[in-house]
Design a protein around this ligand. Structure first.
Ligand SMILES: Cc1ncc(COP(=O)(O)O)c(C=O)c1O
Length: 454
C-alpha cells in the first residue's frame, strides 16, 4: 500500500470531519470552553477527551447515549465497560430505588454485603473470600499488598502495556517506551520492584521469575486498555504453571474481563485458576464504588483482624465507602441476572467473534491494512502492518499517526461512540443488537473505502 498518499487523504478527511462534527455539537463546544477554566484539560479524565472537543453526554439508556445538542449515538464503550446489560437495566435500577428508600450508606456492616460475597463466591471460580473496594485501582493496590504480605516477597511482575489503574507500583510500562514511572510525581523508587515483561511471552516471564523473588504476576487475561489483545495458545496456563513453580501468586486483573467473557470471567472462559482475582466495573452494578478482590482463603485470611490482631502482622484493607449498600444491592442484582442468563454470553460472544472475522475480511480486501484482536465481546481494531500479539506491537506496527483519530471522527459523525480516539477498542454490552453490530461494521467499511480506495 502507498501510505504517503493515504496520509494526505487522511488529513483532508480530518479537516472535513472536524467541521462537520463542530457544526453538530455547538453546546458541547461551549461546555468545553467553560470547563477548561475549572477542570484541567476541560475533562474529568483525560481519556474522555476527543479532538476538537469532547462530547458532553446528558442521558443514557440501553445501548444509546445522547449529547447536550440532542445527538444520539450507539455506545460501544458502555461506561468504560461497566454496563454489561446496557445503561440503567431495570433490575438494577429497581433494586437501588428500593434500598435508597432506607439509606445510602450506613457505615456499619450490612446484610447485602454478605449476600453479595456469597453470590460472588458461587459465580467467580476460586473466589473463596472477597473484600470490596471503591475502584479497580484500589482493588489492585490491596491485592498487591496482600500478595507481598503472603509471600513475604517484594517484587511484582506486570505486563508491558497492561493497565491496572493509577496505583504507584503498577503505574509503569503502560505506554511506549514502556519503562519507568508513567506519571510526573511518581518517583523511580516507587516502581523499583516492578518488573515488566511483554504479554504472550512465557520465556521472558520465566527469566524474571528465575532471577527475582516475585510476590505476584499481575495480568489481564485479555489485555484491555492496551487494545483488547487476547492470549495466544497456552499462555495463561503456562503462567499458571510458572507461578506455581517459582512460588509466586498469579493475580488476574479481571476489571474488564470479569463478568464479561463469562459470568466467571477470564478464569472460566480460559479454564485457568488464579490465586487472586481483581474485579471492578461490572462488580459495582453500574454505580461508582466498583471494585473487589478475592481468591484463596489461605491468602485472604491475612486480612482477618481476628486471626491477626496485630495490625502489623496482617495486610490492611478498608475505606469509608467499601461494601456500601447501594453497590452491594446493585452488584448483586446484576451478577445474579448474569449468572442465571448464560445464554446471553453465547449469543453475544459469537456475534462479536463473527464481527471480528468480518472486519478481518474487509481489512484483507484493503491490502491487509488492519487487524482485529480480542475475545468474547472485547474487540480491538488495529491499523498495523501485523496482527499485534502484545501492546508494544500495537504501537510499533502502526502505519499512520492519525488514522485512529480520523476513524473516531468518522464514527462520531456517523452516530457511533467509543473511547479512545487513539486506539480503536470496544467494550459493548451483551445486549447490543445484530443491527447495531452491523452498523459498526458498515461504518468501518465506509471509512476504509474513503481512505484506502485505489
Ligand atoms: C484491567 C483494569 N484494571 C484496573 C482498572 C482501574 O479501574 P478503575 O478505573 O475503576 O480504578 C481498569 C480501568 O479501566 C482496567 O481496565
Amino acid at each position: 500500500m502507498e501510505y504517503s498518499a493515504v496520509e494526505s487523504r487522511l488529513s483532508d478527511l480530518l479537516a472535513k470531519l472536524e467541521k462537520e462534527f463542530s457544526a453538530k455539537t455547538p453546546r458541547s463546544r461551549e461546555l468545553f470552553e467553560r470547563s477548561r477554566r475549572v477542570l484541567p484539560g476541560g475533562v474529568t479524565y483525560a481519556i474522555r477527551f476527543f479532538k476538537p472537543h469532547p462530547l458532553y453526554i446528558e442521558k443514557a439508556e440501553g445501548t444509546r447515549v445522547w449529547d447536550v445538542d440532542g445527538n444520539e449515538y450507539v455506545d460501544y464503550w458502555m461506561g468504560h465497560g461497566t454496563h454489561i446489560l446496557g445503561h440503567s437495566p431495570k433490575i438494577v435500577v429497581d433494586s437501588v430505588r428500593e434500598i435508597l428508600g432506607r439509606g445510602t450508606h450506613f457505615g456499619y456492616e450490612n446484610p447485602y454485603a454478605v449476600e453479595y460475597a456469597e453470590l460472588l463466591s458461587r459465580v467467580v471460580p476460586g473466589l473463596e473470600m472477597v473484600r470490596f473496594t471503591n475502584s479497580g485501582t484500589e482493588a489492585n493496590m490491596y491485592a498487591l499488598r496482600l500478595a507481598r504480605a503472603f509471600t513475604r516477597r517484594r517484587y511484582v511482575v506486570k505486563i508491558e502495556g497492561g493497565w491496572h489503574g493509577g496505583y504507584d507500583a503498577l503505574h509503569t510500562s503502560v505506554t511506549p517506551p514502556f519503562a519507568g514511572p508513567e506519571s510526573a510525581g511518581l518517583p523511580e523508587e516507587y516502581v523499583k520492584y516492578t518488573l515488566t515483561v511483554p504479554y504472550n511471552d512465557v520465556e521472558a516471564t520465566e527469566e524474571v521469575l528465575k532471577k527475582y523473588p516475585v510476590a505476584a504476576v499481575f495480568v489481564e487475561p485479555v489485555i484491555g486498555a492496551g487494545g483488547c489483545v487476547e492470549p495466544v495458545g497456552s499462555y495463561l496456563k503456562d503462567l499458571r504453571e510458572l507461578t506455581y513453580r517459582y512460588g509466586s501468586l498469579l493475580v488476574f486483573d479481571e476489571v474488564i474481563t470479569g463478568f464479561r467473557l463469562a459470568p466467571g470471567g477470564g478464569q472460566e472462559y480460559f479454564d485457568v485458576r488464579a490465586d487472586l482475582v481483581v474485579l471492578g466495573k461490572v462488580v459495582g452494578g453500574g454505580f461508582a464504588g466498583a471494585g473487589a478482590f478475592g481468591g484463596r482463603s489461605e491468602v485472604m485470611e491475612l486480612l482477618d483482624h481476628l486471626k491477626h490482631p496485630d495490625p502489623r502482622s496482617r495486610s490492611f484493607h478498608g475505606g469509608t465507602f467499601v461494601g456500601n449498600p447501594v453497590n452491594m444491592v446493585a452488584g448483586y442484582a446484576l451478577v445474579k441476572y448474569l449468572a442465571e442468563n448464560r445464554s446471553l454470553y453465547e449469543a453475544s460472544n459469537s456475534a462479536w467473534s463473527e464481527f471480528r472475522r468480518s472486519i478481518d475480511r474487509v481489512c484483507e480486501d484493503y491490502g491487509r491494512a488492519c487487524w482485529t484482536t480480542g475475545a468474547g465481546s472485547m474487540v480491538g481494531i488495529h491499523f498495523t502492518k501485523l496482527r499485534p500479539r502484545n501492546v508494544r506491537e500495537v504501537y510499533e506496527h502502526r502505519w499512520s499517526r492519525v488514522v485512529e483519530h480520523a476513524y473516531h471522527l468518522h464514527a462520531r459523525t456517523s452516530g457511533i461512540l467509543y473511547i479512545s480516539e487513539k486506539l480503536v477498542h470496544l467494550l459493548p454490552s451483551l445486549v447490543h443488537s445484530k443491527s447495531e453490530i452491523e452498523l459498526f461494521r458498515n461504518t468501518f467499511e465506509s471509512f476504509l473505502a474513503k481512505v484506502l480506495r485505489s
